[in-house]
Design a protein around this ligand. Structure first.
Ligand SMILES: [Zn+2]
Ligand SMILES: [Zn+2]
Length: 259
């Protein structure tokens, strides 16, 4: 069984027929999905989805790109993170691609998520774009202070091996997305070859980042299979081994999703 460790089931076109999307994934051998929270406003929708589907787990958090919506404080975020079927806190982190100027608000939001993950004992789902070194520095400082007890994952990892090493050194997992199937992705492919098998995950980030041969289309959780197959090629193994490793890692990291 494969799992999709990161998808957005509240986004169109997935949200338009989410039951069919989940059934299609199951038919493709993708047995569990972690549906990621981006805005506080969509969180109740995610909770309902997780309640309706045994194999759907969710995260609680506000994406670093989101502005203008509700900004839950630590207590409010912790309450969200304690809801049934919440397996992780995030996605959170830093994003310098879409945000410029004084980013103190983004950093404070990231700090709140780290505090909540520690308070509720759940792992972090980390988003980083053009901000990898700063993101790692924040996490390394938190790890030194003993504040990353439940670990986490660098979702859609696109850094180089030195950055991967830093994430691994603080106990984090690396999640590979459709980017690893792209022809021009030599740096992340090198990481995908070298990463220890007990720290790798696979994801779609659907509806974004469709893997080859579907590049450019709206992505779907069923297509995490293409990511896993590419990982198997790169690591000189087969899909079955990758499925076993990444699903086992998923269950060990997101313990709430293990049953
Ligand atoms: Zn992200
Ligand atoms: Zn995402």
């Amino acid at each position: 069984m494969l799992v999709d460790s990161h998808c957005h089931l509240t986004y169109p076109p997935l949200a338009d027929d989410v039951d069919a999307v989940i059934a299609e994934a199951a038919a493709a051998g993708v047995g569990k999905l972690l549906a990621i929270s981006v805005r506080a406003e969509e969180f109740p929708v995610l909770c309902k989805l997780a309640e309706a589907h045994e194999n759907v787990f969710i995260s609680a958090g506000i994406h670093p790109n989101e502005r203008g919506g509700a900004e839950p404080d630590v207590d409010e975020l912790a309450e969200m993170a304690r809801a049934p079927k919440v397996a992780a806190v995030g996605e959170t982190g830093l994003d310098y691609f879409r945000n410029h100027g004084d980013l103190g608000w983004q950093r404070r939001r990231f700090d709140r998520h780290i505090a909540v993950a520690q308070a509720v004992g759940k792992p972090l789902v980390i988003h980083t774009r053009e901000s990898m070194d700063d993101t790692l520095a924040v996490l390394e400082a938190a790890a030194q202070g003993g504040g990353l007890g439940a670990g986490g994952v660098m979702h859609c990892f696109t850094g180089d091996w030195a950055q991967a090493r830093r994430a691994l050194d603080i106990g984090f997992h690396l999640s590979f997305s459709g980017i690893v199937t792209f022809k021009n992705a030599a740096i992340v492919q090198e990481v995908a070859r070298k990463a220890p098998s007990e720290r790798i995950l696979v994801e779609t980030d659907a509806p974004f980042l469709a893997p080859a041969p579907h590049r450019g289309k709206p992505n779907r959780p069923a297509w995490v299979r293409h990511v896993a197959a590419r990982l198997a090629d790169l690591r000189g193994t087969d899909l079955e081994q990758i499925a076993e490793a990444t699903t086992g890692n998923f269950h060990r990291l997101f313990t709430l999703a293990a049953d």
